[in-house]
Design a protein around this ligand. Structure first.
Ligand SMILES: Nc1ncnc2c1ncn2[C@@H]1O[C@H](COP(=O)(O)OP(=O)(O)OP(=O)(O)O)[C@@H](O)[C@H]1O
Length: 267
């Protein structure tokens, strides 16, 4: 049984106007439990639109989205967030800066909104779990439970955001260029951590990246979007022998043009 099923998904912006834009043109996707699919593509190819549609932050024009066989197409973001965790590009967006590391983790574990935090506080019984989870990151954060998140570096914050997103295993994890704002070394560390967490919990994952090396190295599936369509789709076996030049060539053959993305790191 697939965890995520996307059927004939269409996203049309400014419909009926001279600026009508078919950002997604009948996308079909199916992810089984533990699948880790990487999404790459040129500027404006539809990558963010696809993730926004799946997360529910963008109402779909046509088509259907199912998670665990449940039709979520018309569910709002809040309702879908019981099934979906999402990590964004900006390390500041996933955590509350004035709360401590343990307070942030507590919010994630108990799914409490930060506004209601004063009512619950951090349970003593959770602290051992937080220390253990933080130690697994290998960044020494287990000794900083009471440090305000805002005082940590971007990489440390993004690692904690990942931990928060996976502290309760989500049905689906959406990674929206979550390493793009980090320096290359920190980005590599956070990518390794991501892979470790995803594998350890067998989390079904969709990740947008502009880093072609990461796109090839991580995950068991890969799609390349072009003008709202899937131009290239690779399975685990096809991904194994892939290189950046081969992938660029494949894209050119299938789409009839060169990959055009200002932010793309070609490795
Ligand atoms: N809210 C919106 N209203 C109108 N058009 C939009 C909206 N969001 C996206 N678009 C358009 O939809 C198309 C796909 O955009 P999207 O942001 O999904 O591309 P992307 O693949 O994520 O690109 P990039 O790598 O440049 O971020 C683009 O033509 C974009 O201008």
């Amino acid at each position: 049984m697939p965890v995520l099923e996307v059927k004939k998904l269409q996203q049309i912006f400014e419909q009926g106007t001279p600026n009508e834009n078919h950002a997604l043109k009948s996308i079909d996707l199916s992810l089984n439990e533990g699948d880790f699919m990487v999404i790459i593509g040129g500027n404006g190819a539809g990558k963010s639109t696809l993730l926004n549609s799946i997360a529910g932050s963008l109402p779909v024009s046509r088509g259907q989205i199912k998670i665990n066989s449940q039709n979520v197409t018309y569910q709002n973001v809040a309702k879908r967030s019981r099934l979906i965790s999402r990590v964004f590009q900006d390390p500041k967006s996933g955590t509350a800066p004035l709360l401590t590391v343990e307070e942030n983790l507590s919010l994630a574990l108990h799914r409490v909104e930060w506004r209601n935090f004063w009512r619950t506080g951090v349970k003593k019984s959770d602290q051992a779990l937080f220390r253990e989870k933080l130690a697994q990151l290998g960044l020494g954060l287990e000794d900083r439970l009471t440090t305000e998140i805002g005082l940590l570096s971007g990489g440390q914050r993004q690692a904690i955001t990942l931990l928060m997103a996976t502290i309760e295993t989500p049905s689906l994890l959406l990674l929206d260029e979550h390493t793009a704002a980090l320096d290359p070394k920190t980005s590599a560390t956070v990518m390794e951590l991501t892979d470790k967490l995803v594998k350890a919990q067998n989390i079904t994952t969709l990740m947008i990246t502009h880093n072609m090396d990461d796109a090839i190295k991580y995950g068991n599936r890969l799609i390349m979007l072009d003008h709202g369509q899937i131009a290239v789709e690779l399975n685990a076996a096809e991904k194994k022998g892939m290189t950046v030049p081969k992938l660029m060539q494949l894209f050119k053959e299938r789409s009839g043009k060169e990959l055009n993305n200002d932010a793309m790191l070609l490795g």
